[in-house]
Design a protein around this ligand. Structure first.
Ligand SMILES: NC(=O)c1ccc[n+]([C@@H]2O[C@H](COP(=O)([O-])OP(=O)(O)OC[C@H]3O[C@@H](n4cnc5c(N)ncnc54)[C@H](OP(=O)(O)O)[C@@H]3O)[C@@H](O)[C@H]2O)c1
Length: 267
């Protein structure tokens, strides 16, 4: 399973290719994009081969579909006319369930992946669901590819929308928190630059603490919350003002939208 082909060479494909090269996985990489120049530039940067649609399908044992969800239907139609025997198809398009792929490509091994934008710095967490025709070797290959851009979690496809509400959309929740911290910091007398710097570095530092200190989230929070102190005053206000309910509603909205997108696609 050493030949990997990319169909679509946008942001996510670029991150995966960067990760595969940095981890020295030794895969031979092929790439195709409707905008030929894009594939060529990426291929040149990473010592890969840019090629035609027919070539990428023929040469690759694993094909990564890295196009936007709106382009998936046409792409699957094209793929359904190709010989995919023995190949693994990996898809990263949001909002399209495994069943839809398996209907369009009967008998084909499909792995669906939901990464997040931290793939750009090789710190993604990717949910992976395994189609019914995927063998163990193919599952290992899929895991190896996405381990090159961060951590992976195999999960039942029916849980992918819940995963989207936590990790797929999750980075934006923390960015929003930091934006709000910046705004309030300014109201408390800091300059925009001072508050922005502090909010950003606080998020980076907290993330690194999580990566290195294996205490639970609650323990880490309690460690900075001394009784009757400043942090406790803030945390109590979050709780009294219903932050838990706001989070519940927001993540439910995310999950519902993902379910709706899947519904729209299968119509
Ligand atoms: N970026 C992330 O971190 C992330 C996280 C989770 C999921 N995803 C999923 O990953 C997929 C790719 O995201 P992205 O951010 O990398 O998108 P992107 O930057 O727009 O890249 C997609 C590329 O594929 C090209 N393309 C479209 N149809 C094609 C076809 N039939 N054959 C070959 N190339 C085709 C597009 O060309 P045009 O621009 O000309 O259309 C574009 O160059 C999306 O489905 C997204 O939902 C991404």
């Amino acid at each position: 399973m050493n030949k990997i082909g990319f169909i679509g060479t946008g942001n996510l494909a670029a991150s995966i290719i960067k990760g595969l090269k940095q981890k020295k996985t030794g895969y031979e990489l092929f790439m195709y994009d409707v905008f030929e120049e894009k594939a060529k530039i990426l291929a040149k940067e990473y010592g890969a081969q840019s090629c035609s649609f027919e070539e990428v399908v023929r040469e690759s044992q694993t094909l990564i579909l890295a196009v936007k969800p709106k382009d998936i239907k046409d792409l699957l139609q094209e793929l359904s006319r190709s010989n995919l025997s023995g190949k693994l198809i990996i898809t990263v398009a949001a909002g399209i369930g495994l069943t839809a792929y398996e209907q369009m490509l009967p008998g084909v091994a499909i792995v669906r992946v939901m990464p997040n934008t931290s793939s750009a710095v090789l710190q993604a967490v990717s949910g992976m669901s395994r189609g019914q025709h995927v063998d163990d070797q193919q599952a290992i290959t899929a895991e190896k590819i996405f381990s090159a851009v961060g951590k992976v979690l195999w999960i039942d496809d029916r849980k992918i929308n819940a995963l989207t509400a936590v990790s797929g959309s999750g980075p934006a929740y923390f960015y929003l928190f930091s934006e709000l911290m910046t705004e309030v910091g300014e109201k408390l007398g800091l300059t925009k630059e001072e508050a922005g710097f502090l909010a950003r570095e606080t998020l980076v530092g907290a993330g690194m603490m999580l990566a290195e200190d294996h205490r639970s989230l609650q323990e880490l929070r309690e460690a900075v919350t001394s009784p009757n102190g400043t942090t406790e005053a803030a945390i109590n206000t979050f709780i009294e003002q219903g932050l838990d309910e706001i989070f519940h509603k927001a993540m439910l909205a995310c999950w519902r939208r993902a379910e709706q997108m899947e519904g729209e696609y299968s119509q």
